[in-house]
Write a protein that binds this ligand. Structure first.
Ligand code: COA
Ligand code: AMP
Length: 629
């Protein structure tokens, strides 16, 4: 089959397409149909089925005689540890943890927050929740206590599962004090926590509230898989929106099973038993879909990597792991390749390893710049696939589907829409744009299985954020175009979201933190171009009148504040004090124009600008930070 026939096959008869894909899933009660559109524009998939995620990801492979196959390879250069866990071991470990959660009163529909680094126990915690129908919400370790508290209050978890610490190069991340701080800050209090004590740091446990991961499981009855409805939420994953309040993206159980399983062969071209590696973090959507669920559902071996592309110990780590663990398909972010390329432009480390069994590399999370792609193509000699997706969609909206057909690569394009996604370019008024012209990227409803059906406890926000602007469509928040051959180009965000080292961050959230500083009257945060991380946040601060302090002290304080309130992952290190911000006559800050000045790109003087002279002041301020050159 070629791509076009598969895509057209889906478009002509989506119901049959998805019911066929559903045959590869084990059902307790099979679905009577695929799409449930009674409550449009809220759509559900396989809603009347019954199934269990953990059964499909773990137990069924054991039942099918593959229990001895390695399910998880843990490779941690930061702790010098390597470990393999077979499917049967994984089943036993997950059933035991799930049993212990049940014994403490966690059941179907209860939320459990998971705050853990890249260790196999993080996946076990996710699967244990799925096993009993509990809804997990994994929080990335690079977020500060305050961000964790916001998520605790929104998800109102019965339990929190955490590790004692994480390891970043050069420092130990003290998870337990962060967790304690977050629980103190939050209005909602979990009934209990479960702490996985790592040997690098043993955390202090609070009697009666905190339980040790091992002790807590001692003597409990292992839990069986609980069948849940197809539209039962499998997880909540918070992602950055335009404000400090993150959006709780939810994923329904059956749609996720069907869609992710379909992608493993069709997009990533791997067969059960082969090793698949996504070098991301379980705190992000890539980690949910492609470190944990998809590879396991499809019966692959997944790699849990606790390290960085460089410095742990060197720029050859990726290649060592691919060689040593026989990785067939590798997924990472362009920023990681840029980091490796910067340290090893000639690929000296690449030559040290046998990469002949690697078949393809997939990049996502941010725009893949053509230089990085060609460098990777030259070094690795395999297809380098840029593919485009979002936390909301859970899997690729556009890709080069190597398992169906290897399409010609067009640099700068994540190729073509996947079945399930009818992608269109719209103008402000919602009219389709001709090929080659820029516009808002929208997807015709319904979105396919495995994407977000709504937001956790925030249906109105879901409708308003995604469906209202273009009725009948999902608004992606990205702008771009489609060329004559149907290839997509993703050019920029249309909102205040920026992408720093493949991490999605809200400039609005950072502005909220800056504004909370007593000396700051007004502020703006923009994303400026960065050769390594793609973008970096940069803040402009206007101080209250009468403030008579060294500006650099205020800059230092706000930098510290963002790290404390949002976390190190915000990578907020650039800020400058200015007298005024450029605005339209109606008072809207001209952030897009400031970005153009910072990146030294041509811009049109906005017709509605209040006072054009302010732009010169902004340019001077940017020059003082080394930008706008
Ligand atoms: N827990 C705690 N802190 C974390 C963290 C985690 N899980 N992940 C990152 N941080 C911290 C880092 O230590 C750093 O702190 P610092 O300011 O004290 O140095 C800060 O957050 C910023 O991190 P990052 O932006 O990742 O920069 P870096 O300089 O540490 O590393 C790269 C640069 C390019 C090597 C790194 O960003 C990278 O590997 N990126 C790939 C991203 C990725 O896979 N994204 C997933 C999308 S698919
Ligand atoms: P996240 O939800 O963190 O996965 O971030 C999603 C956003 O990252 C998208 O809306 C895009 O702006 C950007 N993005 C992800 N993948 C790509 C890609 N392949 N090309 C361009 N932008 C991308």
């Amino acid at each position: 089959m070629d791509y076009k026939s598969v895509y057209d096959g889906w478009k002509n008869d989506p119901e049959t397409f998805w019911m066929n894909a559903a045959k590869d899933i084990d059902w307790d009660t099979p679905p009577s149909k695929a799409l449930f559109d009674e409550n449009a524009p809220i759509y559900e998939w396989f809603a009347d089925a019954k199934c269990n995620t953990c059964w499909n990801a773990v137990d069924r492979h054991v039942e099918a005689g593959r229990g001895e196959q390695t399910a998880i390879i843990y490779d941690s250069p930061v702790t010098q540890t390597k470990r393999e866990i077979s499917y049967v071991e994984l089943r036993n470990r997950v059933a035991s943890l799930a049993g212990a959660l049940c014994a403490k009163g966690v059941g179907k529909g209860d939320r459990v927050i998971i705050y853990m680094p890249m260790i196999p126990e993080a996946l076990e915690a996710m699967l244990a929740c799925s096993r009993i129908g509990a809804v997990h919400s994994v929080v990335f370790g690079g977020f500060a206590a305050n961000e964790l508290a916001v998520r605790i209050d929104d998800a109102t978890p019965k339990a929190i599962i955490a590790a004692s610490c994480g390891i970043e190069p050069g420092r130990v991340v003290h998870y337990k004090p962060l967790l304690d701080g977050a629980i103190d800050l939050a209005t909602h209090k979990p009934d209990f926590t479960v702490i996985f004590q790592r040997e690098q740091e043993v955390a202090e446990l609070q009697e009666g509230r905190d339980f040790n991961w091992h002790g807590f499981q001692y003597g409990v009855e292992p839990a069986e898989c609980v069948p849940v409805e197809g539209n039962h939420p499998s997880y909540i994953l918070y992602t950055s929106g335009t404000t400090g309040q993150p959006k709780g993206v939810i994923r329904h159980t059956a749609g996720q099973l069907v869609a992710l399983n379909w992608t493993m062969k069709n997009v990533y071209n791997v067969d059960p038993g082969e090793v698949f590696w996504a070098a991301s973090d379980v705190g992000w959507v890539v980690g949910h879909s492609y470190i944990c669920y998809a590879p396991l559902i499809h019966g692959n071996t997944t790699v849990v990597f606790e390290g960085k592309p460089i410095g742990t110990p060197d720029a050859g780590t990726f290649w060592r792991i691919i060689d040593e663990h026989n990785v067939k398909s590798f997924f990472t972010a362009p920023t990681a390749f840029r980091a490796v390329k910067r340290e090893d432009p000639q690929g000296e480390f690449v030559k040290k390893y046998d990469l002949s069994r690697l078949r393809a590399v997939y990049l996502a999370g941010e725009r893949a710049d053509p230089d990085t792609i060609t460098w990777a193509q030259d070094q690795l000699g395999v297809p380098i696939v840029d593919h485009w997706w979002q936390t909301e969609t859970g899997w690729a909206i556009a890709a080069n589907p190597l398992g169906i057909e290897e399409l010609p690569v067009k640099l700068g394009s994540p190729s073509v829409p996947m079945p399930g996604f009818d992608v269109q370019i719209l103008d402000e008024a919602g009219h389709q744009m001709p090929a080659g012209e820029l516009g808002a990227i929208a997807i015709k409803l319904p979105l396919p299985p495995g994407t977000l059906p709504t937001l956790w406890n925030a249906e109105d926000r879901y409708l308003k954020s995604y469906l209202e602007h273009f009725p009948g469509y999902y608004e992606t928040g990205d702008a771009g175009m489609i060329d004559e051959d149907g290839y997509l180009y993703i050019m920029a965000r249309t909102d205040d979201v920026i992408n720093v080292a493949g991490h999605r961050l809200s400039t609005g959230a950072m502005e909220e933190v800056l504004s909370s500083h007593p000396d700051v009257a007004e502020c703006a945060v923009i994303g400026v171009a960065d050769q390594l991380k793609g973008q970096l946040p940069l803040g402009f601060l206007c101080l209250n009148s009468g403030v008579d302090r060294d500006n650099l002290d205020v800059v230092k304080e706000v930098t510290k504040l963002v790290r404390e309130k949002i976390g190190p992952v915000a990578a907020f290190k650039l800020a400058v004090v200015v007298d005024r911000l450029p605005k339209t006559r109606s008072g809207k800050i001209l952030r897009a124009t400031m970005v153009k000045i910072a990146d030294n790109e041509a811009y049109k003087m906005p017709a509605t600008i209040d006072d054009p002279a302010i732009l010169d002041e902004i340019r001077d301020a940017l020059l003082s930070l080394g930008y706008a050159k």
